[in-house]
Write a protein that binds this ligand. Sequence first.
Ligand code: IMP
Ligand code: ZN
Length: 342
Amino acid sequence: MEIFCKNLPKIELHAHLNGSLSSATLKKLGCLTDSISEYQKLNTLLETTPETLNDCFPVFKIAHNATNTKENVYTATQSVIKDFHDDNVVYLELRTTPRNGDDFDKETYIETVIKAICDYKNCSGKTESMIIKLILCIDRRHDIRTSSEMIDLIIKMKGKYPHVIKGVDLCGNPNEGKFFRGIFEKARENGLKITLHCAEVANSDEVMEMFEFKPDRIGHGTCIHGDFGGNEMLWWKFQDLRIPVECCLTSNVICGTSNGFEGHHIKELIKNKIPFCICTDDKGVFNTDLSCEYFLLSKHFGLDKMDLWKICFESVDLIFDSDEVKRELKKVMMNWMEKNFD
Ligand code: IMP
Ligand code: ZN
């Protein structure tokens, strides 16, 4: 099954650039062993509680220190893309929060990530190509003014790179900050798709506000069902809306927002046929990859090879790209199925 999961052509829709750095990449960026261990420290915890999620955010500072020059942002982006490509990801939506660094401002940061994406397409040695798109994030800890300036910049950059920038995300510590609906309405009016980190912790008023906005996808969607920190009203509304969920099993287990793999809320999504995709979130911080996430799904929820293939195939409908790209990806998936199933 592990080999099957590795070979499966996969779709990754929720991967934070600075959470996805491997040990090898961190070393390449000049990180010392202690910093690398600190970046990966959550993997060594014997017990996690919902408070563990708060410990996750300081860890990203290590990655941000390591990617504080244009050159390192470029190297990190290309390395992360290569890791996903090596794991047989055929379509990647990478996400990142624009920020200022030693020799770049937010705009240059976006330009650098896009250059790394575009150059990668031209220089990958692999025969199977990978399509790479970008989602830009708003950090929920930022105030309305900073978020508003950020959305204007994202809209401007989308005008310049419409084939790369496809969406906007709301991320950051869910125990802090808030969801400014107007910011995302503006993004939507300007042709951007919207995904929101939603219900990562219990916060029924905010979750309802997000549902009313009707994002194109949500990240995590943990505390919606009453058995998982949500309530009946939220679950009822969600069943009506059927917003696709980006599920990140290992991330939720390690951050303590899910009570082990078997206790993950994905079982309610499967049972109620709510669309979902399988994602890594921060493969560097949580020491995982997309193949491993598919393997864990099959192991803990009794899914067979065809079930996994179907999840990949159906994830194509959830991407933030054109119908033409969807058709192309479905062809890749069908061809692979014909060759790999009797
Ligand atoms: P970056 O945006 O490429 O710098 O990636 C790291 C950032 O992603 C972090 O600083 C967080 O704001 C965000 N992030 C990563 N994982 C999570 C998560 O599980 N929940 C919310 N935000 C996250
Ligand atoms: Zn995330």
